[in-house]
Write a protein that binds this ligand. Structure first.
Ligand SMILES: Nc1ncnc2c1ncn2[C@@H]1O[C@H](COP(=O)(O)OP(=O)(O)OP(=O)(O)O)[C@@H](O)[C@H]1O
Ligand SMILES: [Mg+2]
Length: 520
């Protein structure tokens, strides 16, 4: 809850345990075994930020964050805490919070889309589970698309460009580096699988403009952007990559702001271990860099996970505000993780951190925050405040009514399909096809003409042959008769006949040439 412009997290005895808004960009961790109170703690934080006018983003994995849009009601868990912690006099009041719902599948919220090119080859490769070589080739594909002015908006575009590059692989390989057919085929298969997984829904336009999230309602409360992840979480790589993409978008879009009294926006990433699972070294470096640098843009990130050991040390060391719920310590591995968690706190002489971590009750936590001078506070055993918003489940019709009434609905609800790589290449293919068709027609026409000429000539030759046979025969026969008469007997007759035929061919053959020249 909000008190004196600070986040009142809870109480340690009578002492108020607060989180300083000016230090929210030093990021945070909410950890604890299942059922220990992480989600409720997250709500308490998010509510206070919203009330102080800070926009919030939440990844709602189970659907239990959605009821933040409704006022809380009396329930045993809440009323007993309000009473025992004396929260009524601190200003605790049941409140509803302004929320927008989003969903990459467009079911539990407005469609959250991005374009293929905005996602970029590295994150896309992660979604598709490509290996290093395939990732390199995908990067080349993006570079070719860029150089050729092929706009990659949706999966259709990516498929069209892949096909186009595949058809010209030899030419492009010479210039951009080798692209083996087998690698290209593997990428195509991965893209087809991504499409079947819903890729055609979340790669497209209008893509999310993350700065649309930097807003407050008319009362000055920060709007809580809730990404419904109930379906998305079933695709862990997609879930984690989308969150990474959002982080990098914010990082790229927001200007440097230095130290602020309160953050510009706060992000809560549930099931945070998924962000780091199977992340390549390069991606891990990028995550660490973004987490480090986004601080100067006034953005705070809170990672929620079961054990701090789920978060790599390079990221963990960036998380200044720590809320650690109970941890289990049955196996040596768990004990090691609890020890590491205990060692990460500034010790409190009043209790043994390790033991306390294993004994904490539900809704209680060990808390250490970055104080106003930038120093981590001594760890405190804290009873966490209850949330002011509703703790049950949200009716789907209530969700739908919020979605339909959202001011951003008009901008994001209807997909657009603008002229991009797919349409461009299809048009080029059609034009090439048109040209080829024209060439083919011209070729057929000229062949037809040749055939006609040949047929005509053949007819002429035939006619000429008949004349020659007749003329040659007559002359030859006359000549033969004369010669035969001169030479006498059968020999003369034969010679006369043959000579007559040969004469005729020779004579009209010359004539044929002349006819041909005339007709040319
Ligand atoms: N601060 C609190 N005030 C009131 N009730 C609480 C508080 N913290 C936890 N609870 C109670 O404990 C239940 C479990 O808490 P919560 O859902 O936050 O656990 P979790 O750690 O998020 O569990 P999971 O790991 O399964 O997501 C809540 O439904 C609520 O009844
Ligand atoms: Mg939870």
């Amino acid at each position: 809850m909000l008190k004196d412009n600070k986040v009142l997290l809870g109480k340690s005895g009578d002492e108020e345990i607060v989180l300083y808004p000016s230090m929210a960009n030093r990021h945070g961790l909410i950890a604890g075994a299942t059922g220990t109170g992480k989600t409720v703690t997250l709500k308490v934080l998010a509510e206070a930020f919203s009330k102080m006018g800070v926009p919030v983003f939440l990844a709602d994995v189970k659907g239990d964050l959605a009821p933040m849009c409704k006022k809380g009601t009396d329930n045993e868990n809440v009323t007993s805490r309000v009473e025992s912690m004396g929260l009524a006099r601190e200003g605790f009041e049941y409140s509803a919070f302004p929320v927008n719902f989003w969903d990459v599948y467009g079911e539990g919220g407005m469609p959250l889309r991005t374009t293929v090119s905005e996602m970029g080859p590295v994150l896309l490769a992660r979604i598709m589970g490509l290996n290093e070589t395939q990732t390199d080739v995908l990067s080349i594909i993006f570079k070719i698309a860029d150089d050729e002015g092929l706009v990659l908006v949706d999966i259709k575009d990516l498929k069209a460009v892949l096909r186009y590059v595949g058809e010209h692989a030899a030419e492009y390989s010479a210039e951009y580096g080798n692209m083996a057919k087998v690698t290209l085929n593997a990428i195509v298969r991965a893209v087809v699988a991504l499409e079947a997984d819903g890729g055609e829904l979340f790669f497209g336009e209008p893509g999310l403009t993350v700065t649309d999230w930097l807003c407050t309602d008319e009362e000055g409360h920060g709007i809580v952007q809730i990404l419904d992840c109930r379906k998305l979480i079933l695709h862990p790589k997609m879930y984690s990559t989308f969150l990474l993409w959002m982080m990098s978008e914010l990082f790229e879009l927001l200007p440097e702001v230095g130290d602020l009294e309160k953050p510009r926006m706060v992000f809560f990433f549930d099931e945070a271990h998924m962000l780091f699972e199977s992340a390549s070294k390069a991606l891990m470096e990028k995550i660490v860099q973004v987490v480090k640098l986004i601080r100067s843009k006034g953005v705070g990130i809170f990672f929620i996970t079961q054990s701090p050991s789920d978060v790599p040390d390079s990221v963990l060391s960036q998380l200044g505000n720590k809320i650690q719920h109970a941890l289990r310590a049955y196996t040596p591995k768990e004990q090691k993780a609890v020890k590491a968690a205990a060692d990460s706190f500034r010790t409190n002489p009043d209790f043994d951190t390790y033991r306390m971590l294993t004994e904490l009750g539900t809704g209680k936590a060990l808390v250490s925050v970055i104080d106003e001078s930038g120093i981590p506070t001594v760890v405190k055993h804290t009873k966490i405040c209850p949330p002011e918003s509703f703790m049950g489940t949200l009716d789907e019709t209530e969700r739908l009514s919020i979605i339909n009434n959202c001011v951003l609905n008009e901008k994001y609800m209807t997909p657009e399909d603008r002229f991009s790589a797919y349409e461009y290449l299809a048009r080029r293919e059609q034009e090439a096809g048109e040209e080829a068709r024209k060439e083919q027609e011209a070729l057929l026409a000229s062949k037809k003409k040749e055939k006609e000429i040949a047929a005509r000539d053949k007819a002429k030759r035939k006619a000429a042959k008949n004349v020659a046979n007749t003329a040659g025969g007559t002359i030859g026969r006359e000549l033969g008769k004369t010669l035969g008469a001169a030479l006498g007997g059968r020999f003369g007759k034969t010679l006369g006949g043959n000579l007559g035929a040969s004469f005729g061919r020779g004579l009209f053959g010359t004539l044929f040439d002349a006819t041909e020249k005339e007709s040319d």
